[in-house]
Design a protein around this ligand. Structure first.
Ligand code: AQP
Length: 332
């Protein structure tokens, strides 16, 4: 069985983008792989977080993951900061990765924006921590949205350089697992920007906790253009908002863009948005209800996460101890 590692930041309520790009795949993969799923709070603090809110969001994220269908007994579900191996290996990787590599990371450029000088050093070395998250477990498969592809290439660069520098074949090659027509769900307000849980505009995203009325309102107000839906894929050229709404529909029905357009091409956005809303409500309402149920018993949720953390540690500890030995740390 191949080992999978995947993480999600507790930087807000998970969105439809997180769900279609990652969480839904996590559920499928648990049947065929050994899976480690991690709420990556250390990544979340690369931008400012309110401490109490972060603690609560960490629980909420874990509850959402379980509510989506991830079984904490069959998989290892845990909080990143509870396993110190991540921080230790990340430091080693900070010393392996080259500044030139990090300078090419588009996510840093997107997230730091115009005020780069004021971004945290943590945001800059975020991909090194991500490499440590994965390689601390010798995981070889990483289910992610399309936005993370570049970070996984960097993970492999780091693994190769480490292996080369220390003359070993210690860290494995990592493969991204990018699936489906909604590998990149875009903002409902701007079809060229990714849907994000930390976008200042709540109207830009569907949160997994949104109720039916909120989903209906957000889809009704989602930006579109005046043309009806095209009948084939070529007709989506230059229409990012239409492409996004079609991609979401295709993902929710486990079909593809061409099939959705065969069914809905020629229709105006009014009836199409109604059909899309119905699908979304059907899929997301049970998740929201189950998340609320899980959050009502915080002690049990904390117990599950503690247990996951100890199981994760048992795998990571010997791997990271070996990496520390390879770089020459004295263990006395
Ligand atoms: N819009 C998206 N479409 C498809 N997949 C997405 N993912 C995130 N947004 C989309 C995937 O969700 C997983 C967890 O992401 P994350 O929380 O670790 O960080 P992120 O990619 O930065 O997600 P957000 O929602 O945009 O968070 P913030 O706003 O805090 O930066 C990843 O596998 C990601 O690919």
């Amino acid at each position: 069985m191949k080992r999978i590692f995947s993480g999600i930041q507790p930087s807000g309520i998970p969105t439809l983008g997180n769900y279609l790009g990652a969480l839904r795949n996590w559920v499928t993969l648990q049947d065929t792989h050994e899976c480690l799923y991690c709420v990556v709070d250390m990544h979340a603090i690369t931008v400012a977080q309110d401490p109490e809110k972060l603690r609560q969001s960490t629980r909420e994220m874990a509850a959402s993951v379980i509510a989506c269908g991830v079984d904490p007994a069959r998989n290892i579900l845990f909080v990143q900061s509870s396993v110190s191996a991540h921080a230790r290996l990340a430091w080693i990787f900070n010393c392996v990765a080259r500044l030139g590599w990090l300078n090419r990371m588009t996510q840093f450029k997107d997230k730091a924006g115009k005020d780069r000088e004021n971004a945290s050093a943590g945001l800059y070395v975020y991909p090194n921590l991500m490499a440590a998250d994965i390689l601390a477990y010798h995981a070889t498969l990483v289910p992610v949205g399309d936005d993370q592809r570049q970070h996984l290439e960097l993970t492999n660069d780091i693994a190769e350089k480490f292996n080369h520098d220390f003359g070993v074949a210690f860290f494995p090659h990592v493969e991204p697992l990018i699936q489906g027509p909604a590998a990149r769900v875009m903002s409902l307000r701007d079809g060229l920007r990714k849907m994000s849980k930390s976008d200042p505009s709540d109207q830009s995203r569907i949160n997994l906790s949104d109720d039916a009325d909120t989903i209906a309102m957000k889809i009704r107000r989602a930006k579109t253009d005046p043309e009806p839906l095209p009948e084939d894929i070529d007709g989506l050229e230059g229409r990012p908002e239409a492409r996004n709404l079609v991609g979401i529909y295709a993902a929710l029905t486990n079909s593809d863009t061409a099939t959705v357009l065969r069914e809905h091409g020629g229709k105006g956005f009014g009836p199409y948005k109604e059909a899309l809303t119905e699908l979304l409500v059907q899929e997301l309402s049970p998740i929201a209800a189950e998340t609320r149920r899980l959050l009502a018993d915080e002690a049990e949720l904390d117990r599950l996460l503690h247990d996951g953390g100890r199981r994760a540690e048992a795998i990571a500890e010997p791997i990271v101890a070996e990496a520390e030995k390879l770089v020459g740390f004295l263990r006395v």
